[in-house]
Design a binder for this molecule. Structure first.
Ligand code: GAP
Length: 455
């Protein structure tokens, strides 16, 4: 269905998925806090990514590198000089806006425009700030957060909060090679926080200042890059399918030479049909040997690979599949959001793939004031939790309300203990998507749910 961002933001807040950051202090733009169901959904996404891209492969090595790195890393990578967005300032309020976004909103394509050309286009269209005031000339704005380390007064050293996780993989290339001796092609992967001082954070978790990235650097021989690019393109689609995104909702966009990052010789972006239209969810870049060569040059370290077949040394080339965790979570919520008619009432539910659902099943007694039903339901839940840990308990309100609450969280099954359970040990299992109920023997429940979750 065509869900709006407002519907997702509202559900995310009322059901404990995502809250605005620092809310009771009036918030902090571009930050969000993940609530109990949000953090579980996020971890389920990350664990699935880790399983598919790291654990199920013999050629992938996971790391977790520091957020703070020697600032020379960012000079070498080109981020100090070039990780910029075009900024214009409202001359009256001093508020900052993205020049390219204002142009896009006015129907002008800013792709490939220089700062001067953007300034000319803004003047030609007589564009004003959203408050209706005159704008400054566009200027470059570096998106890295700068801070300092040091315990001696006046002796601080400037450092940046990393804007991408990739450099942690490049600076550890030699460590991974020396400690695990992998043969080409092989990859280094990580999931971690990154920080970008976005001029205009917007659209919920789509554009934030504190984000998480899941990405890997796949090191290979230069002559293999085209074949490997195609291979990783297919792997990205396998991933989208695994998390319940349908092919019709994914578009591939070839990034033009003017729009590509400075290190890339080819980039394909994967756009997802978010509320409001297709936008970038992830990317696949051929980074050549740019990063390793630059780091080798800057440090004097040998970052080459000794090919055991030819006994020659080369700097490996790199293909990088990358995904934002927050954007993936937003895509998963968008794809799962449903409304239907249940007994004459509009019902909202999340048709989440069972492997991602924060709660796998909810167990409850039909009536909360009947101790024999409560005791039996607790026993059923305790048994189930031994096999499926994420089993919720709910004995609030009436059973209908409990079901609807679980539907909005995306819980695939609700298990109810009633008087018949006391007689024949069977419980009812209600399926989320069609709200159908069947009776299952309590001793078979764990197996039943395991099989049903595979479908
Ligand atoms: N190492 C390559 C790299 O960082 P990127 O396209 O700049 O590439 C990777 O970022 C992914 O991170 C993007 O595809 C997007 O999903 C996500 N992302 C980028 N900026 C973001 C932001 N401000 N808020 C949320 N997610 C963001």
């Amino acid at each position: 269905m065509n869900v709006t961002l407002e519907q997702i933001v509202s559900l995310a807040k009322r059901r404990g998925f995502v809250f605005p950051g620092s809310e009771i202090y009036g918030g902090l733009a571009g930050t969000f806090d993940y609530g109990p169901h949000g953090v579980t959904l996020k971890k389920n996404i990350e664990n699935l990514w880790w399983r598919m891209f790291v654990e199920e492969r013999d050629d992938m090595f996971g790391i977790d590198s520091a957020i703070l790195m020697n600032s020379r890393v960012w000079e070498t990578s080109g981020h100090v000089g070039g990780f910029n967005d075009p900024l214009v300032i409202d001359q009256k309020t001093n508020k900052r806006y993205r020049a390219d976004h204002l142009l896009e909103d006015a129907g002008v394509d800013p792709t490939g425009m220089s700062l001067e050309q953007m300034g000319a286009a803004i003047a030609e269209k007589a564009l004003k700030s959203p408050e209706g005031n005159a704008l400054s000339q566009p200027q470059q704005f570096n998106m890295m957060f700068k801070t300092s380390v040091g315990s001696v007064e006046g002796g601080e050293m400037p450092v940046y909060l990393r804007p991408e996780t990739a450099q942690g993989m490049f600076v550890n290339f030699k460590n991974v090679q020396d400690s695990l001796h992998p043969k080409l092609p092989f990859g280094i992967a990580q999931i971690g926080k990154s920080f970008r001082n976005e001029i205009a954070p917007r659209e919920f978790v789509f554009r934030v200042r504190e984000l998480e990235i899941m990405e890997l650097e796949y090191f290979l021989r230069e002559e293999d890059w085209e074949e490997m690019f195609e291979y990783w393109r297919k792997e990205m689609h396998t991933w989208f399918n695994l998390i319940g995104l349908t092919p019709e909702d994914i578009n591939e966009v070839e990034v033009s030479a003017e729009e590509r990052a400075h290190y890339s010789k080819r980039t394909t972006d994967f756009y997802f049909k978010f509320p409001g239209g297709f936008k970038e969810l992830g990317g696949l870049a051929y980074r050549t040997d740019y990063d390793l060569s630059k780091h080798a040059e800057a440090t004097g370290e040998d970052l080459s690979y000794l090919d055991p077949e030819t006994n020659t040394r080369t700097i490996p080339h790199v293909i990088e599949p990358t995904l934002g965790v927050g954007r993936t979570l937003l895509a998963v919520l968008t794809a799962a959001y449903r409304e239907d008619d249940l007994g004459g009432e509009v019902r909202t539910y999340l048709a989440l793939p069972a492997k991602l659902a924060p709660v796998k099943a909810m167990v409850s007694p039909l009536l909360r004031n009947k101790p024999e039903l409560v005791a039996k339901a607790r026993e059923v839940r305790a048994l189930l939790k031994k096999v499926h840990p994420a089993i919720a308990w709910d004995d609030n309100g009436n059973i209908g309300k409990r079901y609807l609450a679980q539907d909005e969280i995306g819980t695939p099954f609700c298990v109810t203990v009633d008087y018949q359970t006391l007689e024949d040990q069977s419980v009812t299992v209600r399926h989320r998507d069609d709200a159908n109920q069947i009776r299952v023997d309590a001793s078979q429940l764990a197996m039943y749910l395991r099989d049903a979750m595979k479908q």
